[in-house]
Ligand binder design. Structure first.
Ligand code: ZN
Length: 229
């Protein structure tokens, strides 16, 4: 087959694929809806990306809802450590996400689900239903694993069901300089390995705080000199 034949066989409507990134908003009518899960340790910019993605989709005229659970602000908001914030719907354990979305008068094109690791497994399955049955794009953000380095049930379900899973690349460093991958729970200055899976920390009222460590130091429990208690 000669080179010319290949050239002629190219469809007339052929166009180069448009540049797109994780943040570009693609009209949902052009493709199937997607379930994406973005995960990473604390401080890797998950909530910042969630807010940026909501902004980008909204600017394209798409309508979305922003959901969260146990945000660091303590209220129904998505707040990022670099100071951005947005009102959001708090996802209580009894919330049916499909009913929430289908009950909204205007069409919902997408959902931003922050702190999705704290949702129930059933709610993660409802997110998949929204994608498949209602054509809603779902962008979920959260931790993969808890302070013991054990995966959250909701995160595991997202790994199982999502069309795409992305480890966020904003680098968080352990005190030793290695990439931070795991969250440690610190109580009274020492790392703990047992306890409830979800305990809110890093607030004035709580004796619990969390620190991102590399795998080596998560396993050894060494917190480094000068770590705040
Ligand atoms: Zn380390």
């Amino acid at each position: 087959m000669s080179h010319e034949v290949i050239e002629q066989a190219k469809p007339l409507s052929w166009r180069p694929v448009t540049e797109s990134s994780a943040l570009s908003a693609v009209p949902s009518s052009a493709r199937d809806a997607v379930l994406k899960f973005y995960f990473g340790p604390m401080d890797c910019g998950k909530s910042t990306l969630a807010l940026q993605m909501n902004y980008n989709h909204g600017r394209q005229g798409r309508r979305g809802l922003v959901l969260t659970k146990h945000d660091r602000s303590g209220g129904p908001k998505v707040t990022s450590r670099i100071g951005l914030g947005l009102e959001a719907i708090e996802v209580h354990d009894s919330l049916d996400v499909v009913r929430l979305v289908t009950g909204v008068r205007d069409r919902v094109d997408y959902l931003i689900c922050d702190e999705a690791c704290f949702y129930t497994v059933e709610q993660i399955e409802q997110l998949a239903d929204l994608v498949d049955e209602h054509g809603v794009d779902v962008y979920a953000f959260g931790l993969a694993s808890d302070f013991r380095s054990v995966m959250f049930p909701a995160a595991q379900r997202l790994f199982e069901l999502a069309d795409e899973v992305c480890r966020l690349q904003v680098e968080v460093l352990c005190w030793c300089g290695r990439p931070g991958q795991l969250n440690a729970r610190i109580v009274g200055g020492a790392m703990v390995r047992t306890g409830e899976q979800v305990v809110i920390g890093d607030t004035d009222a709580s004796p619990v705080r969390y620190q991102v460590l590399c795998r080596r130091h998560h396993r050894s429990g060494l917190l480094g000199e000068g770590s705040p208690n």
